[in-house]
Every structure is written in structure tokens, then in C-alpha cells.
Design a protein around this ligand. Structure first.
Ligand code: DGJ
Length: 736
């Protein structure tokens, strides 16, 4: 059990294998204070760290009635408007128009295991894997009960936090802000590490220094977004992959979010993370409860790489549920970049036949198979097969693909509605729109109002009936626009502010139903590339399409940022044709294969039309995938060099948990004159083990070196002729 309570000192201590988190209750007021989060400590009562006896700016030693006390006290879940001017974790609007919340400890419960969060994705673990502390707090004036949840995953060094709020008053109250976590800490010299991006440029790594005041990332787009990411880390100055202190905060949610760091007048930091308060207003009637999504917290003294591996392990063990999570995924070929909307049964079957010859295992039919969808102007919502394209119907196509020896997968965009669709003509009020305003179109489409139960039922049945009709083993669930014009014809006036969160709950509910009815289905989420690549969606799908940018070089940065917090097994990555459809770059087919190998691996090209010399490489790439996928999927990830920092080359690797095998990928993005070879220092190996090194491609002599030599003295990677070249280094431990 990683949770202890000292009754006398009124202190809770949460211990993971390498970290401690200490919460203390103040004697006089029953405030729930935050004493410590960091590397493991032995002492339990470190409540002196809360400095309750040294109120600043007041002559007396303990002037606790002054706002200056509340404005410095490290509060575990800060209320609103009663003296703490830093960001509050909660705010309300009550029937008098007041916004204040003042929370005090009332009790707690500690138990083994973890309970789920109704309607929301969340990490899980049984009684042997985790333990949970529930702290009860209450605002006795407003009759609001708050439960703070802390689950300790000892083995993976993670604490998962969430919050539930119940209104005990007769009158409704409106929640206008509910953060899922708040952590106060001293402002050492940290930098803020975040992920930013755009379409085709998702999850680029950025560091910034932390100034006084508030700095944040967030989304108000209705999804986690291409632009900013529901993740923030505090990284001590000079931290590297292998050294330095790092705190990671990651939101398990797929909608609007705020991740904010605030540095105050006394040089302390407050980090808050939760649903973005903009456009959020949730009505709670008497005895109703609001469930806030979860945040996972991790702290490492061993650099950024340790945080990465912690999150990878957490998600692989305690978040992803799919039966595919520890399995090789079928190598798929997707027809999007091959044909766009211009395809029919014959074209698909020609691709399937050629794919089969090369060892590819599944054909995925992308956008354009339904209604009259020959471009992106029409038919979303009309999920009936277009028999002009799919002659003989879907079952006939699937049977034929199965006969060829491939599995079959299909694309949907269930959350959307085209203005030019029968669905919209029959139910214009099913689209999210504001009264008297024409809603904004994006990719010529509107968003369905998923707060409406009948909309969810319609969409679910549309998808499920297609899946019931034939042998479909994979679904790509796409979502190609962000939300605007936030109005629901279904919700009452006092519930309009719930639309964004209810929308996300609707997506979760539909995917949960899908997985219940089709438990063997391989689900891949997608959103105009990677705009909803987040840990919330991983609860439903073991893989997510990473980006519409399939260029191997652009992918280096996108996959580096994604792998910073997500396991490689979750990153949808395909080999596509050149010149690349997004950037026009021409890269070697082998490099495209090596880069896609770091993800789920598949193809996105017209295999009947690509150059023969490329096609001839596919069987070798297929063999490479089968040989290395288990290692890539299950191993520990190490970032060795970053093209986004050095602008010349990239290197990363995976090492088996038992250190018996490793695979490193080196990409020489730009060649330089006079570079004969480049030194690389490997990581993650067992120092005392000897490794046989096979250098893929040009195949020099295999050499045998100790792990410590490879990590401290390094290895020379031979120079390769030309730009965009790559090589795999496969290491196997040699039994003595
Ligand atoms: C966006 C996705 O990211 C693409 O892969 C493709 O499925 C298109 N949508 C189809 O409209």
C-alpha cells in the first residue's frame, strides 16, 4: 500500500517507487495543504514545508485571518474569491450570483485498487497494482461537497488525480470552473515544456522560461487539438534525457483544456490542469454530482527520458484496454493517399491483390464510400454504401478482399453532418448551431449535437449496422473539424454551457458502445490527422492516426513530440508515395519504412502504381516489421539525438525490458561534406552485457561491444551518401 495516514500529525503520504507526495491538514481551519511532491523521502510529517507559521507581510507570527496567508498557503485544491488571488481550482455561480468557494477537510478514505470515473476514460488497476485516497472537503455555506481522488501507481511512479463535486443545497448551483488538479510548489529554475502544432505539424516540442504571472496552453476548439496539447512538464534548467528534475502533468481528456503555470510574488508556482473554463458552465441540481476528468502526475529526478518511459508504461499497463494492446497489429494498406475520393471496387481489389503479394494483411477503405461523396462537400451522415462505386455492395467487396487473403477495415466520420445530406435535410436541428446565425462551415461540414441522445443513437446505429452487415475488423474513426457556434437546439437555456463537455462525453459513450458490441474490433482514432491524439482516446483505441503528414522527415519531429508522452505502439504511421503529398519531398523508400516502423506501420499509397523498385522493397519491410514489432511495441524508448534541435540528424531507440535486445534508428537528414562518420551514444543498455551489433543496410562487419562502451564511448555511424538516409542498428546481447 503506497498511502499512509498519520492521525496525530494529520498528514497523508503517497509513495510510488521513487517519489513521495505529502498532503497535510491544518489544525485551525482544516485547510487541505500541499506539503511536498518530489523524489522519495522517508519522513512523513513535512508539514513545516507549508510554512503556516511564517505568514508574509504581517508583523505577527501567525496572522492567519489575513488574505496574505491564503495568498501564500499551498492549497491542495484552491477555492475561489476568499483571499487566494492565484488561479482557483473551482468557481461557481450560485443563486445569489456569487462565485466564492471555500473548502475545508471533512474526512477521508483509503483503499486498495481504483474506481472508474462515470462516462470518462481513466487509468485503471486492481488491488495489487494501486491504492486510492479520497479526501472529502466541503463548503458548508454553499453546501458543496468535493471529493479529491489520488490513486498511487507505485510500480510506474504515477499519481492519478480527479475530482467530484456534489451539490447538497436545494437550489441549483452552476460550476463555472472545475480544474482536475492543482499543485503548488517552489519555483526552482524550471522551464515549461509543452507541445504545439498545426494541421500536418502536430506535437512539436517547445521549451519556455517561466515568468511571473500566468503562462498556459489550452484548447477551446472542442477537441484536444492540433494546436496545443493537454500536457505540460516542468523541467529543471539544464535537464537532459538522462538527468535533471522533471514533473509531468497529462490530462486524460479529449476536449477543451487548460494547462497553466503561474509564478507568484513569493516565487512559488501553481500548476493547474482541467477543462478549460471558457464556454463551460455546468448546472448541478440538488444531490447531482459532476465528475471531472483525470490528470496523471509524474516526477522524475532522472531527466526527460524517465518521464517518457513512465508515461509509456502507465498507458500500456493502466489505460489502453484493447485486446490489441500487446499484439501485433495487421499491416494495413489505406487507400486515402492512393485514390482520395476516386475509387471503386475494382481499384480497391487491384490494390488488395498486389498488397497480398507483398505480405500486407489488411485493406482499409477510407473516405468516399457512402452517399454521393465524390468530394468533401457532401453526404456526411448518410452512411449508406454508394453502390455506383462499390458495385455489388459492401459485403461483396469485403468477401472478395477476404478471399484474396486480407482483412477489411473501413473509415467513418460519425460526429459530422454535411449540409448537403439527407440527414441534414431531415434534421437541421441536429447540427450544433446558434439560433438565428448561420453556423460556420469547416471542410464544408457541420458538427452533430452529440448532447442529444437520439443523435448518438442514430450515429451509433449507422456505424454498427454497417459493421454487423459484413466482416469488418478495423474502423478508422475520423473527426475533421473543430467546434464553433456553440448552441444546442436540445439543451435548455441553463444547460447550454454544458455542450462542449457533453459532446466529448457523447463521443466516449458511442465508442464504449462500439467496443462492447464489437469487442474484437481494432479501432483507430483520427482527427484531421492527429488533432485528437490524446490519452482520453487511448482508453478506447490502442492506436491513433498521428498526422496527415506522412513525409518521413516531417514525421521525425511529429513522432518525437508524440513519443515524448505516448507509447510507440499507439502512433499510426504509414509509408506513403513520393513526392510526398504534403510537402513534395522525395525520400528513399527505405527511410520511409524505417520511420514508419516506429509506429503501428502500414502503407498509404497506390501499390499498383508506385515504382517497381519501391514495391520490391515491401516484402523486406514487412519482414522487418514482423521481426521488430514486439520490441518496438513493448520496449523502453530512448531519445538519442533530435533533428528538431540539431537540424541534421535524428536518432532514437527501443530496448527490450530484459535488456537482451535493442533497435536504434538513425536518420541522416542532411549530409555534410567531410563527415566520415558520426558518433552516437546509445542509452538504456545493460553496461555489463556484450551486444552484437548489426548495422542494417550497407552491412559492415558485425561487431561485439559491452553496453557501457556503447553508452559512454559511443559508436560511429558511417556517413551515408545523400540526404534523408537512414540505418537501423540491431543489438542482441551475447550469452557469455
Ligand atoms: C483526415 C484523415 O486524417 C485522413 O487520413 C483521411 O482519412 C481524411 N480525413 C479523409 O477525409
Amino acid at each position: 500500500m503506497g498511502i499512509h495516514y498519520d492521525d496525530g500529525a494529520r498528514v497523508f503520504k503517497l509513495d510510488t517507487a521513487h517519489t513521495s507526495y505529502v498532503i497535510a491538514i491544518t489544525d485551525e481551519e482544516n485547510f487541505i495543504g500541499h506539503a511536498y511532491y518530489g523524489a522519495s523521502i522517508r519522513d512523513m510529517d513535512v508539514s513545516y514545508l507549508m510554512r503556516t507559521k511564517e505568514a508574509p507581510f504581517v508583523p505577527s507570527q501567525n496572522n492567519r485571518d489575513r488574505s496574505s496567508f491564503l495568498d501564500t498557503f499551498p492549497m491542495e485544491y484552491p477555492g475561489n474569491g476568499v483571499g487566494d488571488y492565484r488561479e482557483s481550482a473551482i468557481a461557481i455561480l450560485d443563486e445569489n450570483g456569487n462565485t466564492a468557494v471555500d473548502l475545508h477537510y471533512t474526512g477521508h478514505r483509503i483503499y486498495d485498487g481504483k474506481t472508474g470515473i462515470p462516462g470518462l476514460p481513466a487509468t485503471f488497476g486492481d488491488e495489487t497494482e494501486c491504492s486510492t485516497l479520497e479526501i472529502y472537503a466541503s463548503d458548508s455555506v454553499r453546501m458543496l461537497d468535493v471529493t479529491l481522488f489520488y490513486t498511487v501507481f507505485e510500480d510506474v511512479d504515477v499519481i492519478a488525480r480527479s475530482v467530484q463535486i456534489t451539490n447538497r443545497a436545494k437550489e441549483p448551483v452552476y460550476l463555472t470552473k472545475v480544474m482536475s488538479t492543482s499543485v503548488d510548489m517552489d519555483a526552482e529554475d524550471y522551464q515549461m515544456l509543452t507541445l504545439h502544432g498545426s494541421w500536418a505539424r502536430e506535437r512539436q516540442i517547445e521549451y519556455r522560461s517561466i515568468g511571473y504571472g500566468k503562462q498556459s496552453v489550452g484548447s477551446t476548439r472542442g477537441e484536444s487539438s492540433h494546436q496545443e496539447h493537454p500536457f505540460v512538464a516542468l523541467v529543471s534548467k539544464g535537464a537532459t534525457q538522462e538527468s535533471g528534475k522533471v514533473y509531468g502533468f497529462h490530462f486524460v481528456y479529449s476536449g477543451n483544456f487548460l494547462a497553466q503555470v503561474e509564478k507568484n510574488q513569493f516565487d512559488s508556482l501553481r500548476v493547474v490542469m482541467g477543462i478549460h473554463p471558457q464556454d463551460f458552465c455546468w448546472q448541478l441540481k440538488e444531490n447531482e454530482t459532476f465528475y471531472a476528468p483525470e490528470v496523471v502526475l509524474t516526477c522524475s529526478e532522472n531527466g526527460i527520458g524517465a518521464m517518457t518511459r513512465t508515461l509509456h508504461d502507465l498507458y500500456r499497463k493502466h489505460l489502453i484496454r484493447s485486446p490489441y494492446k500487446n499484439k501485433k497489429r495487421p499491416i494495413l494498406i489505406n487507400n486515402w493517399e492512393a485514390t482520395y475520393f476516386d475509387f471503386d471496387t475494382e481499384k480497391l481489389l487491384a490494390i488488395a491483390r498486389e498488397a497480398k503479394k507483398c505480405g500486407i494483411e489488411m485493406l482499409v477503405m477510407d473516405d468516399g464510400w457512402f452517399g454521393y461523396r465524390n468530394d468533401d462537400n457532401t453526404s456526411l451522415g448518410d452512411w449508406q454504401v454508394n453502390e455506383e462505386k462499390i458495385k455489388g455492395g459492401l459485403k461483396n467487396l469485403v468477401d472478395e478482399v477476404n478471399r484474396i487473403g486480407l482483412k477489411f477495415g473501413i473509415w467513418f466520420e460519425p460526429e459530422m453532418i454535411s449540409p448537403d445530406s439527407n440527414l441534414y435535410r431531415n434534421h437541421p436541428d441536429w447540427a450544433i448551431a446558434l439560433p438565428e446565425r448561420t453556423p460556420c462551415r469547416s471542410r464544408n461540414q457541420y458538427v452533430l449535437d452529440l448532447s442529444r441522445p437520439e443523435v448518438r443513437d442514430y450515429v451509433y446505429e449507422a456505424v454498427a449496422s454497417i459493421l454487423r452487415s459484413t466482416n469488418i475488423e478495423y474502423v478508422k474513426w475520423d473527426m475533421n473539424r473543430q467546434l464553433t457556434d456553440l448552441g444546442s437546439a436540445y439543451l435548455n437555456r441553463e444547460n447550454q454551457g454544458e455542450l462542449l463537455h457533453r459532446y466529448v462525453l457523447g463521443v466516449y459513450e458511442m465508442q464504449e458502445r462500439l467496443l462492447k458490441e464489437f469487442p474484437k474490433l481494432l479501432l483507430e482514432n483520427c482527427s484531421g490527422g492527429g488533432a485528437r491524439f490524446d490519452s482520453g482516446m487511448l482508453y478506447y483505441s490502442p492506436q491513433i492516426w498521428c498526422s496527415d503528414d506522412t513525409d518521413a522527415i516531417e514525421r521525425l519531429k511529429i513522432q518525437e513530440g508524440t513519443a515524448l508522452i505516448y507509447p510507440l505502439s499507439t502512433m499510426g504511421a504509414h509509408v506513403s508515395d513520393c513526392p510526398n503529398h504534403t510537402v513534395g519531398r522525395v525520400t528513399p523508400f527505405a527511410t520511409r519504412g524505417h520511420v514508419a516502423l516506429a509506429g503501428t506501420f502500414g502503407y498509404e499509397l497506390d501499390i499498383t502504381k508506385i515504382p517497381a523498385e519501391d514495391r520490391e522493397q515491401i516484402p523486406q519491410q514487412v519482414a522487418m516489421y514482423h521481426r521488430y514489432n514486439e520490441l518496438v511495441r513493448e520496449g523502453d524508448y530512448y531519445r538519442i539525438a533530435s533533428y528538431s534541435q540539431n537540424h541534421e540528424y535524428d536518432c532514437y531507440g527501443v530496448v527490450a525490458k530484459n535488456r537482451m535486445e535493442a533497435l536504434f534508428t538513425f536518420v541522416q537528414v542532411l549530409n555534410r561534406p567531410n563527415y566520415h562518420s558520426r558518433r552516437i551514444y546509445l542509452q538504456g543498455l545493460a553496461p555489463e552485457k556484450k551486444y552484437r551489433i548489426e548495422l542494417g543496410r550497407e552491412n559492415g562487419e558485425a561487431s561485439i561491444l559491452y553496453g557501457d562502451t556503447l553508452m559512454h564511448a559511443g559508436i560511429q555511424i558511417p556517413n551515408m551518401w545523400g540526404d534523408f538516409q537512414s540505418v537501423l542498428l540491431h543489438l542482441t546481447a551475447v550469452e557469455e
